[in-house]
Ligand binder design. Sequence first.
Ligand code: SF4
Length: 330
Amino acid sequence: MIPCKQTAEHPLHWKKLFAKSYVGIKQISDNLPDNSISLDKLDKIDSLFPIQVSQQLLDDHPLDGPVLMQYLPSLQELADLPGYTHDPVGDVTATMQPGVIKKYNHRVLLITNNTCPIHCRYCFRKDFPYPQSNPNTHQFKQALEFCQRDESINEIILSGGDPLSLEDESLNQLFKDIEKIPHIKTIRLHTKFPSIFPQRITENLITTLAECTLNKVCVFHINHADEISQEFCDVVQKIKQTNTTTLNQSVLLKNVNDSADILIDLSNKLFAAGILPYYLHKLDLAKGTHHFKVSDTQAKKLHQQMKNNLPGYLVPRLAQEIPGESSKSY
Ligand code: SF4
């Protein structure tokens, strides 16, 4: 993904704040626990997958804690291990036309843009060929024509990057264009913005959600309860008032959330914020992410402990995406 740290001045307030919020590599280097990565190694890591962390996160969380562990670079990213690939979930093979991914019956995923509010170091799409896969080249016209032609599709998933990286006007138009397709019943948004940059949830965005007559689902991406701030909870309430279903998907990550207590705490705090835990994903094996891997045996054990200590509606499904399969594996 292309980082936003160089974003030019923009009239929209949230974009200005967003662009100013990022810290440079030198500052990252100064902040790393024990200054363990030299600047040239950091440059190398950054060239493979740009480092993107906001000052706010550095101020709010301990450098070696479970939140920043997800976003600060590690030397281990430079290792090239067998089994770890550039396209771990088969996105490229499942691309029907630029930015349109269809893996499962009745739903398609649109890569709406290439920008995220932060770069998760375990990202499964870190090497996705965004330049060749931008459906926004023609304001999504061709992508939506694909959805129009295939009447078996009833749900469109807006992903990226992060769909909330689009400007409000573009999102509003996209929602309106999707609503015109008679067989589409549901729009789903996968977004990290509300937890990383809650200012993104503008009144215009809330109006777009409120005016949309389709089923709406918003899937957040939170891996640890320390990522749930009061500001995040406030914007979740605004989103819920638009009659949008709010879910969360997490990734099981070594040294971040690989403990039953942490996962149980996360489910309880998500519920208190009005969100149901949906998926607990096993790590997708993207290159340079092996240091986050939790073994399948350990994953099953942790999931069983969640089942033993939570009501069923707070136990996310332990899921893995295997390229070419017609559904996720549980
Ligand atoms: S939000 Fe999702 S797509 Fe963006 S960097 Fe994180 S894992 Fe990757």
